[in-house]
Design a protein around this ligand. Structure first.
Ligand code: ZN
Length: 418
């Protein structure tokens, strides 16, 4: 039976050239005494935008693992799949993120709600969950409301799960359930009964990705109140620990944070809480790996820098088209974007400084960063020219990819002392 390890990190690799450089970051962690599994994820949306096949992620992952002689765990995540898209990922993935956010609030038969409420009535009243400040106050009505809102979505997760189980066999893959791509965050009470419903459906979920409060924009830091996140994260960990026992869920069930990359300001909170409760976590991050490619190309000078500049100018010209699929997860102030001629005059260092996610650098520009992040379609259309430049400059690009993952993500999430 495939069992996900306690600590894992999910990384994206849009163009399939950085798996080795990404893997190097967990090798460095292991050398420093921290065991972290690496999970490559690429969503249907990404595949569709740049016309790649899910099997390419498996090939790149296997190849990197072999070339690096990595003996630790690694997986390939069919990220955000639904019943409609799952088959494309069936052969190449061993980790499936069942995305049922679209089914939240979907109407469900009243009998189903009534049965769920009846079965869960034993949890009504005051529930003291260790680690949560105030007891949860559960009423028959609140269970019924949660069932009305989430039961259909969990049933849908059950349908997807059983479809995969039929094809791949029980225990041969890891199941995650995600509800993060929605506007309203789930409360601890909701999470509790969602987990109850997951157990009733017989889904052996090993990770769950709730929606947390505030903004998780793509490629830039968290926009919100880190203290609020801290409480929410604390409470969710405690609810999961409690639910695992009560509902007989897999003992390694843990939170999955779909970070949209680079939520540095909440990393200390994640680190402290998993330590406090000896809990595991999966963090999906560094979908921005492709921005490290751009940084590396810019730093390489000459043709690499020309390519990086060309991508910016096309991205700016095609702003509407590129931003549209990501409209809910980016916040770009167009007046803060440098003009094409300005960027054309930049040195490689200036380009790298504007793009690299170092908030202490006054030259860092989060608007440019977000635009470039959603602009990977432009690089993909460049085709061979872009890919050849990556190969030619693989040292400097790879160094940026590894350092980014290790220094800015793995270290603050898992390795810092306090
Ligand atoms: Zn997500």
């Amino acid at each position: 039976m495939l069992e996900l390890e306690k600590y894992s990190i999910g990384t994206g690799d849009r163009f399939g050239k950085q798996a080795e450089a990404q893997l190097k970051s967990v090798i460095k962690a292991k050398e420093a005494g921290k065991e972290i599994s690496i999970i490559w994820n690429k969503s249907y949306r990404e595949h569709a935008i740049i016309h790649t096949d899910p099997v390419s992620v498996r090939i790149a992952a296997d190849h990197a693992v072999k070339a690096s002689n990595w003996k630790g765990s690694y997986y390939v995540d069919a990220d955000h799949i639904s019943l409609k898209t799952v088959d494309l990922f069936m052969d190449s993935s061993d980790f499936f993120t069942l995305d049922v956010a679209d089914y939240i609030g979907e109407k469900i038969d009243q009998n189903e709600v009534d049965t769920f409420v009846k079965e869960n009535l034993i949890y009504s009243g005051k529930i003291n969950i260790p680690g949560i400040d105030n007891p949860l106050m559960i009423t028959e009505k609140s269970i019924s409301k949660i069932a009305e809102r989430y039961l259909y979505a969990v049933k849908e997760a059950g349908r997807i799960y059983r479809h995969i189980e039929e094809k791949k066999g029980k225990g041969n893959f890891i199941t995650e359930i995600s509800m993060d791509e929605t506007d309203l965050p789930q409360t601890p009470e909701e999470l509790l009964f969602i987990l109850s419903a997951i157990s009733r459906e017989g889904i052996p979920a090993q990770t769950i990705a709730p929606k947390f409060t505030d903004r998780f924009n793509k490629g830039v830091d968290y926009v919100g109140d880190p203290e609020k996140f801290d409480r929410e994260f604390n409470d969710d960990i405690c609810v999961i620990a409690w639910a695992v026992e009560k509902f007989k869920l897999p003992s390694n069930l843990k939170l999955s944070v779909h970070s949209g990359s680079d939520k540095f300001s909440i990393y200390p909170s994640i680190r402290r809480n998993i330590r406090k409760y000896n809990a595991g976590v999966h963090v999906k991050t560094a979908g921005t790996t492709w921005l490290e490619e751009l940084i590396g190309l810019a730093e390489s000078g000459s043709e690499g820098l020309e390519i990086a500049k060309g991508i910016y100018s096309s991205a700016l010209n095609r702003y509407e088209e590129l931003a549209e699929p990501y409209a809910t997860v980016i916040d770009i102030d167009k007046t803060k974007l440098p003009s094409i001629s300005e960027v054309d005059n930049w040195t490689g260092e200036q380009y790298a400084s504007a793009l690299r996610h170092n908030q202490n650098n006054p030259a860092y520009n989060m608007h440019l960063r977000q635009l470039l992040h959603v602009g990977y379609k432009v690089a993909s259309e460049m085709g061979e020219r872009y890919l050849a430049a990556l190969v030619k400059n693989s040292d400097i690009v790879g160094r940026n990819v590894t350092d980014n993952l290790f220094e800015r993500h793995i270290k603050p999430l898992f390795m810092e002392k306090k």
